[in-house]
Design a protein around this ligand. Structure first.
Ligand code: NAD
Length: 472
């Protein structure tokens, strides 16, 4: 559905008026293009606190990229940085950050910060350049996972990074996105490669102020094709006839996966169209039907050699305030959005058809995080998806399977087009990007979790909400 406010804010005449009146000014967010080769292009300023651990891992990501890596000429730990770039084979430029250069990306490794007074390193790095970001710029801060820090002082300082990142996300405008990656002190480049590349790329267009925890990961190998990361993988996407599910199928297919799209008989024609558009297979079925889990097991045992990626996207809303909600609507929403996902997981896992290195990805919602008027059933189901991810992450780790979820905010689909106009306008503007996201933004987040480069990422719920003020 078109966003008239967005169009007016970007037209030469009314855009000036919006600016004079101090109204939110959504920019046209930069998104991944089919012919994109490098995860980021342009000038990227890299820095670190003294004795930080991940600069080598950061530097390695830029080998062969179209980015120009810069470091601040004034940086106190300049020699340390120069040797990290040299070791990675990256020729970095010493930049005078007080000059007028604009940056597409800022990456700061804060893992060396030990105490709260050393948080001044954040100010030292970001203060001179935070107003010099290009449109749709990217900022990534890397810290140590607080719970794994050896001292209480360092735990405190690392936890402080969250407040810093979330506030910076609200200050930067022009579609700039800011993220925090927490890693353990032993994390190698393999753990950080996937998250760093995703967060610096246009694929993270509508993801901001997110905190991702990464653990030990399998290295992807030097022949890994970052533009076809899912080559050879089989993916199941539920609720894929239209909307976000359709976009997930297209995005996973773009990344090389063979896709099986599932939806209910009532939308079989659209489902067949989606399947055809991704050269995939249509599976007509209701996720809540008693025989669906076993039918899926048979499918993956037979025609396919197991399944690598399971995306639980099918979902419905049936809004009523609790006092007026019949139990029928309660049961329907909980069953489609949550219980059926558990039954499908159980059946696929019990039958052993989810392959080694498998991925389960849920679709939660901002409503599940913040709660929403008239949505006790829906928010309950979507908060349950977060619980499912949290509770299964550890047991599935032993099987080499990761489980994560995305939590979309306001995404432009048929679901949100049905919302009354005033509430829809509020939903669109109340986030740091001042606009609704697109289905592809959710799909890109799912493709990130699905990638072999995200093997160290499990138990996370990543909001795709442009840093919505709700539940922030
Ligand atoms: P949509 O209504 O456009 O698509 C949902 C799809 O799920 C439809 O194709 C529908 O036929 C299918 N489906 C419904 N019940 C099913 C069942 N029992 N078995 C199989 N398939 C079934 O919705 P959407 O906006 O694309 O949402 C996709 C997911 O994203 C949902 O889980 C939704 O809750 C979640 N979400 C959407 C938004 C948003 O802003 N659109 C925000 C947060 C979360």
């Amino acid at each position: 559905m078109s966003d008239l406010y967005h169009t007016l804010a970007n037209s030469p005449f009314s855009g000036k008026l919006f600016s004079m009146l101090g109204l939110p000014q959504p920019v046209n967010l930069e998104r991944w293009k089919a012919d994109s080769q490098s995860f980021i292009e342009g000038d990227v300023l890299v820095g670190c606190a003294p004795n930080s651990l991940f600069l080598d891992a950061v530097a390695q990501q830029f080998v062969g990229s179209d980015a120009t890596v810069n470091f601040a000429i004034e940086a106190g730990n300049r020699d340390f940085m120069v040797s990290a770039f040299e070791a990675a084979g990256v020729s970095a430029v010493a930049s005078n950050v007080t000059e007028s250069k604009k940056y597409k990306g800022l990456v700061f490794d804060a893992s060396g910060i030990q105490t709260s007074d050393e948080l001044i390193e954040l100010h030292r790095f970001f203060h001179p350049v935070i107003r010099k970001m290009k449109t749709s710029g990217r900022i990534v801060v890397i810290g140590l996972t607080p719970e794994l820090c050896e001292s209480s002082k360092q735990h405190t300082a690392m936890r402080a990074l969250e407040g810093f990142v979330r506030s910076m996300g609200k200050e930067v405008k022009k579609g700039v996105a800011v993220q925090l990656v927490y890693a353990s002190s032993t994390a190698a480049a393999s753990s950080l490669a996937g998250p760093i590349r995703f967060f610096l790329s246009p694929k993270a267009a509508y993801v901001s102020a997110q905190v991702i925890r990464v653990g030990e990961a399998d290295a992807v190998g030097s022949d890994f094709d970052w533009n076809q990361p899912l080559a050879g993988k089989t993916a199941l996407v539920t609720g894929a006839a239209r909307g976000i599910g359709k976009s997930i199928a297209e995005t996973l297919s773009r990344d090389g996966a063979k896709v099986i799209v599932l939806d209910i008989p009532q939308v079989e024609i659209e489902l067949e169209q989606t399947a055809a558009s991704v050269s995939g297979t249509a599976f007509v079925g209701d996720v809540t039907a008693a025989d669906t889990p076993q039918r899926l097991v048979e499918l993956f045992k037979g025609e396919f050699s197991g399944v690598d990626i399971v995306v639980h996207n099918a979902g419905v809303t049936r809004d009523k305030t609790l006092g007026g909600m019949p139990s029928k609507l309660w049961n329907m929403v909980i069953d489609i959005n949550l219980s059926s996902e558990e039954r499908i997981n159980d059946a696929l896992l019990e039958a052993g058809v989810i392959n080694q290195g498998g991925r389960i990805i849920g679709v939660s919602s901002m409503a599940g995080i913040a709660g929403n008027f008239g949505q006790t059933n829906y928010a309950c189901s979507k908060a349950g998806v977060v619980g499912m991810v949290n509770s299964l992450a550890q047991p599935l780790k032993e099987k080499g399977i990761t489980i994560n979820a995305v939590a979309p905010g306001f995404i432009e689909t048929q679901m949100t087009a049905a919302i009354p106009v005033t509430i829809r306008e509020v939903g669109r503007r109340l986030n740091s990007m001042s606009q609704g996201g697109k289905p592809v933004d959710v799909a890109e987040g799912i493709a990130f979790f699905a990638s072999p480069a995200a093997s160290g990422v499990t138990g996370n719920t990543m909001r795709v909400c442009g840093q919505s003020l709700l539940g922030a």
